[in-house]
Design a protein around this ligand. Sequence first.
Ligand code: FBP
Ligand code: MG
Ligand code: MG
Length: 340
Amino acid sequence: MDHAADAHRTDLMTITRFVLNEQSKHPESRGDFTILLSHIVLGCKFVCSAVNKAGLAKLIGLAGETNVQGEEQKKLDVLSNEVFIKALVSSGRTCILVSEEDEEATFVEPSKRGKYCVVFDPLDGSSNIDCGVSIGTIFGIYMIKDGGEPELEDVLQPGKNMIAAGYCMYGSSCTLVLSAGRGVNGFTLDPSLGEFILTHPDIKIPKKGKIYSVNEGNAKNWDGPTAKYVEKCKFPKDGSAPKSLRYIGSMVADVHRTLLYGGIFLYPADKKSPNGKLRVLYEVFPMSFLMEQAGGQAFTGKQRALDLVPKKIHERSPIFLGSYDDVEEIKALYAAEEQK
Ligand SMILES: O=P(O)(O)OC[C@H]1O[C@](O)(COP(=O)(O)O)[C@@H](O)[C@@H]1O
Ligand SMILES: [Mg+2]
Ligand SMILES: [Mg+2]
C-alpha cells in the first residue's frame, strides 16, 4: 500500500488549517497574513459562484442591461473587481490595492489600514467568459516598509520582494494555488462544503516538458529568438519528439497546465507590442513567483522576471515561464542573439 498517498487521502486539510499550521511555525506572527488570506479566499469563492452562473445571467438580463428585478447586470470583470476590493479592504490588513481594472492604485483609508499591499487581476482571461472556458483571479502580496506611510513605491518593487502569490482558476473545478515562499500548494473547492481542500501538496514542475503554449497567430511579428525557439519545438533537430501545442488564452489556465504537466508558456514581445501584453505586477510577477517556487524559471527575454523593477503599476513585459530546462533553452537563444 502507498502509505503517503493513503495519509493524504485520509487527512482532509482545509486551506484555513494549512495556513494556521504554517503560522504556528512563526511564533512572532500575529495572524494578520492568515486573516488577509481568508478574505482573498472569500473573494475567490464569491467570484467562483458568479462565474458558475455566468451563462444563466443571459436569461435574466445581459451584462450592461437591467434584469427582471430592474437591477443592472454587472460585467463579470467589473463585479469581480468590486468583490475583491471589498474583501481586501474589509480584512483590515491592506493599505494599497492595485487592480487591473482600476487606472489608479487604491489607498485604503487609515482606519481600515494594515501592512499588506495586494496587486491583482480580478478576472483573467475575460475573452473566454462567454464560451465557458476556464478563467481565473491572480494575486501577489507585498508588505510595506515598517512604520511608514504607504506610498506607491511600496508596490513598485521587484517581484522577488513579494511575500506571497497565487491564483484561483474557475474551471471544471475551482482550484486555488498558493505560495508564501515555501513551496507551492494547490487546493480544490468542495462546493458542497464551501471549503478549499489541499489536493495538490508541494507542487513541483517537471524539469522538462512536452508542451509549448503561445499565441502563434502573432508569429509574423516575433523576434528572432522566439521564432527560433518555436521552430525548435515543432522541428527538433536533436532527435527528440516535437512538443505539443496547447493554448487556452487565459493565462491562469495556461500557467496552471504548465505547472502541473511541465513545458513552457510564452507571451513574447512582438513588433506591434514591444513590451508584450501581460502586466508585470499582477500577471507576470505572481506567476513567475509560483514557477520559481515550484522549481521552474521565468525570464523576460533580458533578465530573470522577478528582478524587474516596475516603474508604473500597469507596466507590461514579455514573459517566458515554465520547466527549468525549457526556459534554459530560450535563455540560450536570447543570449546568442545578444552576442551578434
Ligand atoms: O488573446 P491573446 O493575445 O493570446 O492574449 C491572451 C492573454 O490575455 C489575457 O487574457 C489577458 O488577461 P485579461 O483577460 O485579464 O485582460 C491573458 O489571460 C492571456 O494569457
Ligand atoms: Mg489577465
Ligand atoms: Mg483581467
